[in-house]
Write a protein that binds this ligand. Structure first.
Ligand SMILES: [Zn+2]
Length: 157
């Protein structure tokens, strides 16, 4: 299991801007796995986001966001998926993605790929500093970016 580590250079070793990487078939399958979770388990407010993580050995772990009556107690989908990867797999994360169920006012359609929130970027960086994350691309289609490039100047203890 990888030991949480952080680099001390400000940009985590990445030169910005980093070129976006295209999704391959495995990445498309990862997005599909996340979409399948939120389509099966969506409950307005309680479960609106799902995540999928592919470990370095190619296995896929999914998670669903947990809404909470006390809003700040809500838990994102990514840590749920990461916990499963740790408990059921080798704890590694090569690629991750999150998708959000559409809101009623957005009309019908597939769950959209969304960027991980700042807290998840910070958390995932501890456990998988070399991971890639699938995010909405500038042209609309999802792209992959290094997690490191998404959290420059991270907090240091
Ligand atoms: Zn989050």
């Amino acid at each position: 299991m990888p030991t949480p580590t952080r680099r001390s250079d400000g940009l985590n070793g990445i030169s910005l801007p980093f070129p976006d990487l295209e999704l391959d078939a495995e990445d498309e399958a990862l997005v599909a796995a996340a979409r399948a979770v939120i389509e099966a388990h969506h409950r307005p407010f309680w479960h609106t986001v799902a995540a999928a993580i592919r470990s370095t050995d190619g296995r896929v772990w999914t998670g669903v966001h947990l809404g909470a009556t006390v809003g700040r107690l809500a838990v994102c989908a990514e840590p749920i998926a990461l916990g499963r990867a740790i408990l059921e797999g080798d704890g590694s994360m090569a690629v991750g993605v999150a998708v959000r169920h559409r809101k009623p006012e957005e009309g019908p359609g597939r769950p959209d790929v969304v960027s991980p929130c700042g807290a998840c970027r910070d958390l995932l960086l501890d456990y998988a500093p070399d991971a890639l994350v699938i995010v909405p691309g500038p042209a609309g289609a999802p792209v992959k970016r290094p997690l490191r490039a998404m959290l420059p100047l991270p907090y240091r203890r």
